[in-house]
Design a protein around this ligand. Structure first.
Ligand SMILES: Nc1ncnc2c1ncn2[C@@H]1O[C@H](COP(=O)(O)OP(=O)(O)OP(=O)(O)O)[C@@H](O)[C@H]1O
Length: 249
């Protein structure tokens, strides 16, 4: 079923239409095992739509997404294979952090020690008794990361993970991703922070409804990356509206 043993994620001719709007148009790319890939594009370019299609939260109008060659529903233990931090993050607001993560741990078949370790790793060990719904944006992001990494999945999918994080948390996250990459972690991360991506990724996929670029980020600093990116896509999303709307513009 899997096309290549080294393939962790595959988007195969994915198109998603929301009514008359084509948010994603015939997008194909893969992420190989052990790669860290940045998904980049303007606001509204279709990044979250692509990432949500991986967990089945969005069903492509056509095309297919695969995780290690399978649909997420076909994986025997999805949370052991792939961890997601998407927006919304799926944490239940009424639960305490500890209860939310212990429930998650039970579902994943990992012990309570893993919960403590994950909270510690993401700098939120002191938030265990707080209600998820009362956490700040950055605290919630850290807890969501702890939840996503409970079972040490080999693949991480992160949608703008540094949004709302303080500087220390950004550094912690980077350190974690770099360390886990050395152990073979595969990461697909959407971000508007090109400077951060220059430090993290092996490759970038730039989308703006379609794929505009798939390759090594041809820049070593944030400034170079931004100049290159602006030449490539400008700063404006490029959704295809219904033909009647297009002819009006
Ligand atoms: N449920 C929905 N119904 C209708 N249109 C939607 C829906 N979800 C997303 N869209 C539209 O699809 C397009 C792509 O949205 P998406 O959230 O995937 O973009 P994005 O690249 O993640 O943007 P951002 O960088 O702002 O987070 C946008 O024009 C958005 O308004």
């Amino acid at each position: 079923m899997s096309r290549a043993t080294s393939e962790a994620l595959r988007f195969d001719a994915v198109t998603k239409r929301y009514g008359a709007l084509t948010a994603v148009d015939d997008i194909s790319f893969t992420v190989e095992q052990g790669e860290t890939v940045g998904l980049v594009g303007p606001n509204g370019a279709g990044k979250s739509t692509l990432l949500k299609s991986l967990i089945g939260a969005i069903r492509p109008t056509s095309g297919a997404v695969r995780i290690r060659g399978s649909r997420i529903t076909e994986l025997p233990a999805p949370g052991r294979t792939v961890g997601f931090v998407l927006d919304p993050d799926g944490l239940t607001p009424g639960l305490s952090v500890l209860t939310a993560l212990r429930l998650e741990a039970r579902a994943l078949g990992v012990d309570r020690v893993a919960v403590d370790r994950a909270l510690e790793r993401h700098g939120v060990a002191d938030l265990g008794r707080r209600r998820v719904g009362n956490l700040s944006t950055g605290q919630r992001r850290r807890v969501a990361l702890a939840a996503a990494t409970l079972a040490s999945p080999g693949i991480l999918v992160l949608d703008e993970p540094t949004n709302g994080l303080d500087i220390e948390a950004v550094i912690d996250l980077r350190t974690h991703l770099v360390a886990r990459r050395a152990e073979g972690l595969t990461t697909l991360v959407s971000s508007h922070d090109l400077g951060e991506l220059t430090r993290l990724v092996d490759r970038v996929v730039v989308v703006n409804r379609t794929v505009r670029y798939d390759g090594v980020l041809p820049a070593s600093s944030a400034e170079e990356a931004e100049a290159w990116y602006l030449t490539l896509v400008g700063g404006v999303a490029d959704p295809v509206a219904h033909p009647s709307e297009r002819s009006a513009s």
